[in-house]
Design a binder for this molecule. Structure first.
Ligand SMILES: *Cc1c(COP(=O)(O)O)cnc(C)c1O
Length: 413
């Protein structure tokens, strides 16, 4: 009986692999895939071991090879982002944000963030990680388009409330943030300026988006598995002095983690090596594909947000699907046809509209990694039209289309 149960688990995983890696169009903006060689390293003995502390200064024996890998990850992350400090032990972006928040904030000190409806991440909210450290959470005023921060009004807000922490970056992330414009004012009033680059980390590393640390951010956090196509981990990056960095180091370990999912370190190192060679080419194709998908969907009869701004400068686009029953309904219909997307609130949705918001958020980074370019964005838009506007069943067509894009590109074979 139990051997059969194990076989059932194995079958479930095989079905998952087959379905999502060779049959579906994956357009979830926070996901990506490892190369074959990176993925092959995921089930090593690193999976069984402990390595608290830093390479060369561990609390356990037996970490000789783990140390070599982790030290190289730290060096290559620093080189890739051109920064002096890199905390590579956090196991997710939320974990990295937690390190940031608990290092910078004392109980009750004010912070300024992007709110949920305009794409702010849950970890920046009162109900998420930030809420554990302060209830004084203010939000950036927005421009009339809803997607961009209003610089002048934000300057006034910063001067008025004098926050200790300012967090740029979000999850529905179409355009760069005004870091260069607002960081000086934030610094004047004594704030630490942070940039949550979880979504756009691969675009920043590929030099296709703003460079927050160069524009005045003191610290950047991020996830290694969204536009950066690595295993699931988190990062903190900075150009602080060693002395300034010490509290962050202590809040990482022992403050917020002990062992740190060592089996994902070798795949991260492989992804860094791949990115050094192929990263710019990949990121450049991503930022060409996203507006191409926006334009193609608009042509097919969809209401794509921010048409007058060129749809997007990142890997994402936002589509208003109110006329197809909302984002909850539309994402379900698409999933039945093997097109995988997620529903999303749009800036003007009422706060309670979480389960059937008006939008879909689409990301092109994963399918770009499988080799899709502008013509495939048009085909994707046509399939979405057939599904949502013409009410056709297109899963077989989707499967056939996808079967031409099953090998991960931008890596060493
Ligand atoms: C995804 C995301 C995170 C959290 O990352 P995890 O690695 O899933 O914990 C943090 N911030 C933003 C803006 C995100 O979009």
């Amino acid at each position: 009986m139990s051997a059969e149960s194990v076989a059932r688990v194995e079958a479930l995983v095989r079905r998952q692999d087959e379905w999502r890696l060779s049959q579906t169009l994956n357009l979830i903006a926070s996901e990506n895939v490892l190369s074959r060689r990176a993925r092959a390293l995921m089930s090593s003995d690193f999976n069984h071991r402990y390595a608290e502390g830093h390479p060369g200064a561990r609390y356990y024996q037996g970490t000789r090879y783990i140390d070599e890998v982790e030290a190289e990850v730290r060096d290559r992350v620093g080189n890739l982002f051109g920064c002096a400090r890199a905390e590579v032990r956090t196991i997710s972006g939320t974990n990295a944000n937690d390190v940031l928040f608990c290092t910078v904030l004392r109980e009750g000190e004010p912070a300024v963030v992007n709110p949920l409806p305009v794409g702010g991440h849950i970890s920046h909210q009162a109900m998420g990680g930030l809420g554990k450290y302060t209830r004084q959470i203010h939000t950036f005023p927005r421009r009339p388009d809803g997607y961009r921060i209003d610089v002048d009004k934000s300057k006034d807000l910063l001067k008025e409330i004098k926050p200790k922490l300012v967090v740029f970056g979000k999850s529905l992330f179409l355009f760069p943030e005004p870091v260069r414009e607002l960081a000086p004012v934030a610094h004047e009033v004594g704030a630490t300026v942070a940039y949550d680059g979880a979504h756009v980390l691969g675009l920043i590393a590929g030099r296709q988006f703003q460079d927050p640390l160069a524009e005045g951010a003191d610290i950047m956090t991020g996830s290694t598995h969204k536009t950066f196509p690595g295993p699931q981990r988190g990062l903190l990056l900075s150009n602080m002095t060693e002395e300034e960095w010490k509290p962050f180091d202590k809040k990482a370990f022992p403050g917020s983690l002990s062992n740190h999912h060592l089996m994902t370190l070798p795949p991260l190192l492989v992804t860094l090596l791949e990115f050094e060679t192929f990263g710019r080419e990949y990121a450049a194709q991503v930022v060409r594909n996203a507006p191409a998908l926006g334009q193609a969907l608009q042509k097919q009869g969809f209401d794509v947000e921010c048409a007058d701004l060129g749809y997007t400068a990142s890997h994402q686009i936002a589509v208003n699907v109110t006329k197809f029953g909302g984002g909850g309904k539309a994402s379900e219909v698409l999933a039945q046809n093997d097109i995988i997307v997620n529903r999303n609130q749009l800036p003007f949705d009422p706060p309670k509209k979480v389960n059937n918001p008006s939008g879909l958020r689409l990301g092109v980074q994963e399918m770009t990694r499988f080799g899709m370019k502008e013509p495939e964005m048009e085909e994707t838009a046509r399939l979405m039209r057939a599904c949502l506007i013409e009410n056709k069943s297109v899963s077989q067509e989707v499967n056939r289309f996808r079967s031409r894009f099953v090998d991960v590109r931008y890596c060493f074979d």
